[in-house]
Write a protein that binds this ligand. Structure first.
Ligand code: DLL
Length: 435
């Protein structure tokens, strides 16, 4: 196991180190930037412990925006080695920066991710996460090099070239978003490459939500083991947490570098182990832009498990949703991942889908648009069955509509956009969708 001693050390021993790192972090950043000064005013680093950390105020995306671009920087500019940013749906992107030391941690934590999925020195890794300001491509690249494996730094897009490279270079590992993996899987099928005939053994997918239905579909379509990776730009990028080969559903958190808490998003109070709440992280060793108690907006639970491979790192569940992407349809909370789980659990429809919130009437209603696969013979029966399953799972009705095969947008670069709003007076978001 890569970094074996640190990944398997006794929990108490790690806790002592986390405690030391926490106090050193607070002492180091307290006066280092205007944001940290405001957040940590009056706090004595010696008094901060892992047990009372939750009394320190949190920070969130709003602060990162306020101190844009580098107002949270805690080192001299001359110490910076790289800049990354989130795409940002509107307005200013979030800028993050890395020192030499931060890049070393970036590589090391992502090497743990790759190792847990079965990669090692000598493995060839097809890296189709986007390169550039997005942290996915270069972050995992750093991990592959750290592990001593070989990178095919292809980035996203140009799917037919991706398929050619996979066929000709025979990599064992595929890295990309789950939605792009679905696009690659469809393109391989269209070229007549059977799942068992490709060289791929494992895919490490993340950067966007994906369900167990999507996992099953990717594992079947690509003939691989599909594993989850979690991260975010504000903390570092990829490499915060990862599933092991034997622990699907549980992501080990690199907690010696990223200390996790789970809080009730409404009250801010810690929730019990195993209970769902919002993840909050403190970057224990980050130098350039450290964050103390960063609210991620991501909902999950924390749990200690027995790892057959011996890791003692705490785990998080897969991301169950974001505190801000929950749809409220006629008073019912609906997470897009719930709908995905139903649609992708059915072999008769394709992995591409989009949700339309129909806001033309007095009350919004939900339409799921998907595509049939060639084996569907009874379309009305299929729609009725899917609508029944969705009603049972969501507690409200969701109409299901089929687009022409190939009619829905496929992800090529960036993250999948799964939810569209259809407002009064607008044309249907998809040709062929009922009006
Ligand atoms: O998406 C970093 C990353 C790159 C992670 C490659 C994994 C692989 P951001 O662009 O800042 O960073 O987006 C972070 O994406 O707060 C989650 O809401 C979501 N997200 C990331 N990974 C997962 C995942 C990268 N495995 C935001 N499951 C996070 C669900 C995820 N959501």
């Amino acid at each position: 196991m890569f970094d074996h001693d640190l990944q398997t050390q006794p929990v108490e021993q790690r806790r002592e180190e986390q405690q030391r790192r926490l106090q050193a972090l607070i002492a180091r950043v307290r006066d280092a930037s205007p944001q940290h000064r405001a957040q940590l005013a009056g706090i004595d680093p010696q008094q901060v412990t892992l047990d009372n950390l939750h009394e320190i105020p949190t920070v969130g995306k709003a602060e990162l925006r306020e101190y844009y671009p580098l107002g949270m920087l805690c080192v001299d500019r001359s110490e910076l080695r790289r800049i990354h940013a989130t795409s940002g749906t509107s307005g200013r992107p979030t800028i993050v920066a890395y020192t030499e030391g931060d890049l070393e941690v970036f590589g090391r934590t992502n090497a743990r991710v790759l190792d847990a999925a079965g990669a090692s020195a000598g493995t060839m890794v097809h890296n189709a996460y986007g390169y550039g300001l997005f942290t996915g491509g270069l972050g995992l690249h750093q991990g592959i090099e750290h592990l001593g494996a070989c990178t095919v730094p292809v980035s996203g897009g140009q799917t037919s070239r991706q398929v050619t490279l996979i066929r000709d270079l025979e990599p064992e590992v595929l890295l990309c978003t789950p939605s792009y993996a679905a696009t690659i899987s469809d393109a391989m099928a269209a070229e007549g490459i059977a799942p068992e005939a490709n060289s791929l053994k494992v895919g490490i997918f993340g950067a966007e939500p994906w369900s167990e239905g999507m996992r099953a579909s990717l594992e079947k379509g690509l003939g691989i083991l599909a594993r989850d990776i979690y991260g975010m730009c504000e903390l570092q990028g990829p490499g915060i947490a990862f599933e092991g080969r034997h622990t699907p559903g549980h992501l080990f958190i690199n907690e010696d570098f990223f200390y996790p808490e789970c809080i009730d998003p409404a009250t801010g109070q810690p929730v019990a182990e195993g209970e769902v709440g919002e993840l909050v992280f403190t970057t224990l060793v980050k130098e350039a832009v450290p964050v103390v108690r960063y609210r991620t907006g991501d909902l999950a639970s924390l749990q200690r498990i027995e790892d057959p491979e011996g890791r003692t790192l705490i785990t998080m569940s897969r991301i169950l949703g974001r505190s801000d992407d929950m749809l409220v349809i006629r008073g019912v909370n609906v997470f897009p991942s719930e709908i995905e789980a139903v649609l992708l659990g059915d072999d008769r429809v394709a992995t591409a889908y989009t949700l339309v919130i129909d806001e033309r009437g007095t009350m919004p209603s939900l339409i799921a648009v998907t595509e049939p696969t060639p084996q569907v013979s009874d379309v009305p029966g299929l729609l009725k069955e899917l609508e029944g399953q969705l009603k049972e799972r969501l507690g409200i009705s969701c109409q299901v509509v089929l687009a022409e095969p190939g009619g829905l947008p496929r992800t090529e670069v960036g993250k999948a956009v799964r939810v569209q709003r259809w407002r009064s007076g607008e044309n249907s978001p998809f040709p062929g969708l009922l009006t």
